[in-house]
Design a binder for this molecule. Structure first.
Ligand code: 5GP
Length: 250
C-alpha cells in the first residue's frame, strides 16, 4: 500500500494526485462549514450525494458545450478531474435576492431581480472573500479582461441551463457560486468551469412551498440538510429513493 499524494485540502473537498499527469482526484467530504468556517458539522452522506449531483450537472453542461474539469466519477466519493489553475475568484450569479445580496442592498429575500446579476468575490478566507470589481481583478492580475468576458458569458449560459433544468423538477434556482480554472493545452489556455455544482453552492427553493433545499438549511439551523440534498438528486432522477428515512423534506 502506498499513500496518495494530497495536493490540497479545502473545507468540503480534498484533491489528490491523479493517475496520469494533468489529472487529479476530487474527494467529497461530509464536512460542512459556514460563516468563514466558524460553524462546522459533519453531515453523514453529504459528500456522496454532492459527488453524484455535481457529476450529473457537469456531464449535462459538457453535453451543451460548457467545458469543465470533470472527466468521470470513480466511486461514491471521488471523481477524476482535469488539473486546472484555479482563477482566484468566486463567481456568484443571482436571479432572486437572498443572502448577502439582501443584507448588502436591503432588497427583501425572495424579490425577483430585474435581470440576472453576476458578482465577483476574491477567494481569500483570511480577507473573508471580499466582493471585487473588474478594476480590482485586472489591476491585480487575478484574471485578464478576456477571461472576465469568457467567465461572464459561460456563467450566463450555465444560469440559463440550470434555471431550466431545476425549473423542470419544481425547483427555483435563486443563486449559485461557480469557480473557473485555466486549462493549458500546448500553447493555448482555455477558461473552463471547475470545482463543483451542488446544493452546497446554490440556493434552491421548492417552487410550490419556497422550502429551502440547499446549504441554507445548515446555515440557518433548519435541519434535514442531507435529506434536502437527496430530494434534489431524486427530483433530477439521479437517485431513485425518497429522502432518507422515507420522509419527505417538505
Ligand atoms: P451569498 O453571497 O448570498 O452568501 O451567496 C450567494 C450564493 O453563492 C449562495 O448560493 C451560496 O451558497 C454561494 N456561495 C457564496 N460563497 C460561497 C462559498 O464560499 N462557498 C460555497 N459553497 N458557496 C458559496
Amino acid at each position: 500500500m502506498t499513500r496518495r499524494k494530497k495536493i490540497y485540502e479545502g473545507k468540503a473537498k480534498i484533491l489528490y494526485e491523479g493517475p496520469e499527469p494533468g489529472t487529479l482526484i476530487q474527494y467529497f467530504k461530509d464536512d460542512t462549514t459556514a460563516f468563514d468556517a466558524t460553524k462546522k458539522a459533519v453531515l453523514e452522506g453529504k459528500g456522496v450525494i454532492n459527488n453524484r449531483i455535481s457529476e450529473y450537472i457537469m456531464t449535462r453542461l459538457n453535453s451543451i458545450g460548457v467545458q469543465n474539469h470533470f472527466i468521470k466519477r470513480l466511486n461514491l466519493r471521488e471523481q477524476l478531474i482535469r488539473e486546472v489553475e484555479i482563477v482566484p475568484l468566486e463567481v456568484v450569479c443571482r436571479n432572486i435576492a437572498a443572502g448577502q445580496f439582501s443584507t448588502r442592498f436591503g432588497v427583501p429575500e425572495g424579490q425577483a431581480l430585474p435581470r440576472s446579476i453576476i458578482e465577483f468575490y476574491l477567494k481569500d478566507d483570511k480577507l473573508h472573500d471580499p466582493m471585487v470589481a473588474e478594476e480590482h481583478i485586472t489591476a491585480f492580475n487575478w484574471a485578464t479582461t478576456q477571461e472576465i468576458d469568457d467567465i461572464m458569458a459561460l456563467t450566463l449560459r450555465v444560469n440559463d441551463f440550470l434555471t431550466g433544468m431545476f425549473g423542470a423538477v419544481g425547483i427555483r434556482l435563486v443563486d449559485f457560486k461557480l469557480e473557473y480554472g485555466r486549462l493549458y493545452e500546448g500553447d493555448m489556455v482555455r477558461t473552463v468551469l471547475a470545482d463543483e455544482i451542488s446544493p452546497d453552492c446554490c440556493r434552491l427553493w421548492d417552487v410550490q412551498t419556497n422550502e429551502k433545499m440547499d446549504k441554507d438549511r445548515f446555515r440557518r439551523d433548519l435541519g434535514n440538510v442531507t435529506e434536502a440534498y437527496v430530494e434534489v438528486a431524486r427530483r433530477l432522477g439521479i437517485v431513485k429513493q425518497a429522502a432518507a428515512g422515507g420522509e419527505s423534506v417538505h
